[in-house]
Design a protein around this ligand. Structure first.
Ligand SMILES: [Zn+2]
Length: 397
């Protein structure tokens, strides 16, 4: 007998509230370079360790009256608020996917749908944490994007297997999970080998890191401020165009190897071509895993190419590398086409808000992560309709 949805909804709300509590910890500690596990949770004012019953998500804030039990310093309402929001997000996504059924062909939760839900909800949690940090500190910690991408990669094989078991044809896998055909699979393999190669070249100094001087200067400034010492060294002048040459050099090997391996493994009438296609067709999990890698590459390269073109054009650093990896993670979890759509949607999401902020506070820097995240969520929720519209526009299907 299947478990009734209401049981899942309650369980996922509670789970989400606990994750929300952890996200609060991540958002506070990660940009301050503190460990996530040690010390255990304590009052930020009086440092008194908190017992588990003073740490219950949402409820604790209310029965403590929004104050520390020991020093009575007030705790912000945003803590229970984000715990509640995360709980609603966890239950809400389940409701939309498995009760309301907003995504066509979604397998039942117990029949593998759980793997799609798990990948998507982990991504949403990471987008929430990343956006909250980005909104205040103007950085998206790379570890958050990497974590989402690795979870997406690990779950992708389960997702495509579940779709196959529910009689979805492999050509349609991409609608619900990362997936590839023979060409894109070969491109993903070549591209990731090239990426590893470039990272080795970077490590051994054969290609140079972009913005290294500026980064070292920022690090020195940060450390001086932390130690309370004066810091007078002037900010190094950076030529964004010259830095972009370094980033293009980094991307050369992945692009060349990606296209090369694709040509080699899918040459028309080659023996390897048929064997490769057959092998992929017989191993659905492999389609998922390589689909996740391909999604990462497409998501990251889309933003990266925009960054390079923008920086060359304006001679000013455009889009952060944090955005590159964020959209890479979105592609790794949701498949290659989602970051493409979300990336072009994000400016519209951000436009009004950004204008207001630029006018009122004269802030030059705009955190872009939250807009990318909101755009991603919109694409997730309106996926079927959006994809259908785009396909009928561009491909006449
Ligand atoms: Zn206290």
């Amino acid at each position: 007998m299947p478990i009734p949805p209401i049981v899942w909804l309650v369980f996922l709300f509670v789970l989400g509230a606990c994750i929300g509590s952890f996200i609060n910890v991540v958002v506070w500690r990660m940009p301050r370079e503190m460990s996530l596990s040690k010390p255990g949770s304590h009052c930020p004012a009086c440092k008194h360790p908190l017992a588990w019953y003073d740490n219950v998500p949402i409820l604790a804030w209310f029965y403590l009256g929004g104050k520390c039990r020991y020093c009575k310093c007030p705790y912000s309402f945003k803590y229970p608020f984000f715990e509640f929001l995360t709980g609603v997000m966890y239950a809400g996504l389940f409701w939309l996917y498995f009760v309301k059924g907003i995504r066509a062909d979604m397998p039942a939760f117990e029949q593998g749908g759980w793997s799609i839900y798990a990948a998507h909800i982990i991504l949403l949690s990471c987008l929430l944490a990343g956006s909250l940090i980005d909104a205040v500190f103007f950085i998206i910690p790379l570890s958050i994007s990497y974590f989402a991408a690795v979870c997406g990669l690990a779950l992708a094989g389960f997702e495509t297997r579940a779709l196959a078991l529910n009689n979805i044809i492999p050509d349609n896998f991409w609608q619900l999970a990362p997936s590839v055909g023979p060409e894109t699979a070969a491109l993903a393999i070549g591209g990731s080998i090239g990426l590893l190669g470039s990272m080795l070249l970077l490590k051994y100094g054969l290609i140079r890191r972009s913005f290294l001087e500026l980064e070292q200067w920022e690090q020195a400034k940060y450390e001086a401020e932390k130690a309370g010492k004066p810091f007078h060294s002037p900010e190094p002048a950076v030529n964004a165009r010259a830095e972009m040459i370094k980033e293009m050099a980094f991307l050369c090997l992945p692009v060349v190897l990606g296209l090369g391996v694709m040509k080699f493994m899918t040459a028309p009438e080659g023996e390897l071509t048929l064997r490769w296609a057959t092998m992929l067709h017989n191993h659905h999990w492999l389609m998922g895993i390589l689909g996740s890698v391909y999604g990462y590459l497409i998501g990251a390269v889309t933003v990266w190419a925009t960054r390079i073109f923008g920086s060359l054009l304006f001679n000013k650093e455009a889009m952060g590398l944090g955005d590159v990896h964020l959209m890479g993670a979105v592609g790794a979890v949701l498949g290659w086409h989602i970051p493409l759509i979300a990336f072009f949607l994000a400016p519209f999401v951000g436009l009004g808000w950004a204008l207001v902020r630029l006018i009122t506070r004269r802030q030059h820097e705009i955190p872009y992560g939250p807009f990318l995240s909101v755009a991603t969520v919109i694409v997730m929720l309106y996926h079927d309709k959006l994809v259908q519209t785009l396909m009928s526009h561009f491909m006449g299907k």
